[in-house]
Ligand binder design. Structure first.
Ligand code: YNC
Ligand code: MG
Length: 388
């Protein structure tokens, strides 16, 4: 059934529920001298290219490939439209490897036709901090689908990760592969219900009018929590402490240091937004929330071409109840003109989603580890990792 994935060191469906298998690496590392030194072979019309995301021209090519060929919803109404600034942020974290930004070009036209990326991360699984690659942006041009190009790209990124002496990876996908560590659901909170209904993202509820719907989703003009403010560079040490302490309770979570927090969580315009609560009395930083900006193209609508979506990222509540913190997050997202706020049922999110008027989406997001077995599947609430 999975001709490629059956050959890979991932949890296999036939082993599901076998508790005799130990948690940890499925295969041991091999000596670096035994890692294949040459790239895998592509069909003869194509060639490998390393995509330099510092180059405006290359970044444009990647942007356009993804804009036209990346992930769509099941009904092909929307397609992710990651911005160039977002791609630069996502692909250039501390210690990134340029060689992990892998493209495929047509040899004659030099047109970019496929892409896959990795970035380095330290991810903790229970008590073990493991160096991993986070794999993302796997994309094959629509005209080249189902030709088994994806397995070659996955093998090539794996080879380049191995050359850096890294043997594990984390990734998410909307499709079921062998074998998810957990399966999460997206929830959506309407901020601009009229537009969402007009473009077919949501439907008017039973016995609801447009005016009642608009009223239902109305939010206050400004956040309610005293001391709620945007994160600044001087907050990096305090936010790192707060976040590290919070993430320590989850089975799988990133092991963030200050340079990671600076990169992943300091606000970057139209890419990532972070807010915190600074106690007006003690000036202690007690709570934190963040979201990233990922618009979708609206395919074939007369009136609208883009859906402005915010995605919940990392949130920490120690003093302000999570419900109030997330409500303030919705308020700033509304102020910034987002149409919808999305969140997965990871960490403690599930406990507040319904009350905040999120509705469950269709389509699930499966989380995977490469060459690392977990004893059993996790609950989404045991997962402390958000991938982009
Ligand atoms: C997928 N999303 O099952 P089997 S998510 C992984 N992730 O293999 P072909 C996938 N594998 O089942 P196509 C996958 N989708 O026969 C399909 N596959 O064993 C597997 N879509 O290859 C599939 N982006 O080339 C099958 O299929 C084999 O032409 C079939 O290409 C697939 O970024 C794709 O959804 C997804 O652009 C490129 O459909 C194409 O259809 C496409 O014949 C729209 O491939 C965009 C889209 C995926 C977003 C993502 C995470 C990717 C993770 C990849 C795995 C990483 C492993 C770890 C590597 C480092 C290890 C170290 C150390
Ligand atoms: Mg293909």
């Amino acid at each position: 059934k999975h001709k490629f994935w059956e050959t890979q060191p991932v949890g296999q469906f036939k082993d599901a529920g076998d508790t005799s298998l130990p948690e940890g690496p499925i295969e041991p590392p091999t000596p670096l001298s035994e890692v294949k030194q040459e790239p895998y072979n592509l069909p003869s019309q194509y060639e490998w290219t390393t995509c330099d995301m510092d180059s405006e021209e290359t970044c444009n090519e990647v942007y356009n490939l993804l804009k036209n060929n990346y992930v769509e919803d099941d009904e092909n109404m929307f397609r992710f439209n990651y911005s160039k600034e977002f791609l630069r942020w996502a692909l250039r974290p501390p210690g990134f490897y340029r060689g992990w930004h892998i493209g495929v070009r047509a040899k004659t036209s030099k047109k970019l036709v496929a892409f896959i990326t990795g970035v380095p991360a330290r991810i903790r699984v229970r008590d073990e901090v493991v160096k991993m690659a986070e794999i993302n942006f796997l994309c094959v041009h629509k005209k080249l689908r189902t030709k088994r190009l994806a397995p070659v790209m996955i093998k090539e990124v794996t080879r380049r990760v191995h050359l850096e002496n890294i043997w594990q990876a984390a990734y998410t996908a909307g499709v079921v592969l062998p074998t998810p560590i957990t399966t999460c659901q997206y929830w959506h909170r309407s901020l601009n219900p009229k537009k969402l209904i007009d473009v077919g993202f949501s439907r008017l509820g039973a016995r609801m009018t447009m005016n009642r719907t608009i009223k239902l989703y109305k939010l206050p003009d400004s956040p309610a929590t005293p001391g709620f403010r945007k994160m600044e560079p001087c907050d990096v040490p305090a936010v790192t402490r707060l976040l590290r302490n919070y993430l320590s309770q989850f089975v799988v979570a990133p092991d963030f240091d200050e340079s990671d927090v600076e990169h992943w969580l300091l606000p970057t315009e139209d890419v990532v937004d972070s807010y915190l609560v600074e106690s007006p009395e003690t000036h202690e930083i007690t709570d934190f929330c963040s979201f990233y900006t990922l618009p979708s193209s609206i395919l074939g609508n007369q009136n609208y071409s883009s859906l402005k979506a915010a995605y919940s990222y990392y949130n920490v509540s120690t003093k302000t109840p999570l419900l109030q913190l997330m409500n303030d997050t919705l308020i700033v997202a509304k102020q910034k003109n987002f149409d919808v706020f999305n969140a997965l049922d990871v960490m403690h999110n599930e406990s507040v989603l319904k009350e905040l008027k999120f509705g469950p989406g269709d389509g699930q997001l499966h989380y995977y580890l490469y060459n690392y077995r977990t004893q059993s599947a996790l609950k989404p609430s045991e997962l402390g990792l958000v991938l982009l």
